[in-house]
Design a protein around this ligand. Structure first.
Ligand SMILES: [Ca+2]
Ligand SMILES: [Ca+2]
Length: 276
C-alpha cells in the first residue's frame, strides 16, 4: 500500500481517474522513492556484498581466535631460554652437591691420616730428665703431673678428642686456676685463637661435663657464656690480641663441628733410671 502511495506513476493514475480533480490544478511534485531492499538494482547488490563481507569477517575472526587459543604459552624462543636456564641451574646444583660430598670425604680422610700419624708419635723423654722425675714427650709441656700438647692441627671437637685418646691422653681437663693460667700462657695470641678442650654439654643441654664424665663445677667462662648461641655443645679457650682479656674468663661454647686446634692432656711418665 505504501509503495502505491509513494509511487509516482500510481499517484498520477489516481488523480487521472478522479473527475473532480483536474490534473492541471494540482502541480505534480517530484516524489523521492524510498529504496526497496528487496527490489532489484544496486541496493540489492550492495546488501549481498555487505552480508558476504560480514560472513567472511566473522569466519576470519573465529579462525584467528581458534588459532591463538591453540598456540603454546609464550613464544618459542622464550620457552627455549627457560628450559636452558632450568638445565643450567640443575647442573649447578648437582656440581655443588658433588663438591660438598668431596669436601666431606676429604675431611674424613684428613682426620684418618691425622689419627694414623698420632699413633706414630714417638714418646721420648728429654735426655736432661732426672731419673725418676716426671717427663713429657717432645712438644708436650709438663705441669704438675700432667703433660699438655697444643696441637698444630685443626679438627672438630669429636675428632680432636679421638686424636688425644690415640696419643694416650684426653682433651684437657682444667680443674684449677693455676692449671688454666699455665695453659693460657702456652697459647699464642691472635685475632681469635681458639682451642678445644675437654668439656661438653652434648648429653644434656646446659649440663657441662668433662670428657671423663665428671660434672664441671664453676669453670672459667667469659661473661655471658656459655650461651648455646647456635647449638653450641663444646667448649674452647680463646686468646686474642686484647691484653685486657684474662685466663680465668676465656671459655666459650661453640658448635662441635667447628675445626679448631685443641689441647690434649695425659699423665707424665717417670724418667727411666740411668743406673746400670
Ligand atoms: Ca650447649
Ligand atoms: Ca657461645
Amino acid at each position: 500500500m505504501y509503495s502505491n502511495l509513494i509511487d509516482n506513476e500510481g499517484s498520477q493514475d489516481e488523480f487521472s481517474h478522479r473527475p473532480d480533480v483536474q490534473i492541471s490544478d494540482h502541480p505534480v511534485y517530484p516524489v523521492r522513492v524510498a529504496p526497496r531492499l528487496s527490489g532489484p538494482g544496486p541496493y540489492r547488490f550492495a546488501t549481498i556484498c555487505l552480508a558476504t563481507l560480514s560472513v567472511v569477517l566473522l569466519i576470519s575472526i573465529i579462525a584467528v581466535t581458534a588459532r591463538y587459543k591453540n598456540r603454546p604459552q609464550g613464544n618459542g624462543e622464550g620457552t627455549f631460554e627457560k628450559v636452558k636456564q632450568d638445565v643450567n641451574l640443575t647442573a649447578l646444583i648437582t656440581t655443588i652437591i658433588k663438591l660438598q660430598e668431596e669436601k666431606k670425604q676429604l675431611q674424613n680422610e684428613k682426620d684418618e691420616l691425622l689419627a694414623k700419624l698420632a699413633t706414630k708419635v714417638e714418646i721420648k723423654p728429654t735426655s736432661k730428665a732426672t731419673p725418676g722425675s716426671e717427663v713429657c714427650p717432645t712438644n708436650w709441656h709438663l705441669f704438675n703431673d700432667s703433660c699438655y700438647l697444643i696441637s698444630m692441627e685443626t679438627l672438630s671437637w669429636h675428632h680432636s678428642k679421638t686424636y688425644c685418646q690415640m696419643n694416650g691422653g684426653h682433651l684437657a681437663i682444667i680443674l684449677t686456676a693455676e692449671e688454666q693460667t699455665f695453659l693460657w700462657d702456652l697459647l699464642p695470641r691472635g685475632h681469635w685463637n681458639a682451642f678445644w678442650f675437654g668439656i661438653t654439654d652434648g648429653e644434656t643441654e646446659d649440663v657441662w661435663k668433662w670428657v671423663d664424665g665428671t660434672l664441671v663445677v664453676g669453670g672459667f667462662w667469659e661473661e655471658n657464656e656459655p650461651n648455646n648461641h647456635i647449638n653450641e655443645d663444646c667448649g674452647y679457650i680463646v686468646k686474642t690480641e686484647v691484653l685486657a682479656r684474662v685466663a680465668i674468663r676465656s671459655w666459650y661454647d661453640a658448635p662441635c663441628s667447628m675445626y679448631l686446634p685443641f689441647i690434649c692432656e695425659k699423665k707424665a711418665v717417670l724418667a727411666a733410671s740411668t743406673d746400670a
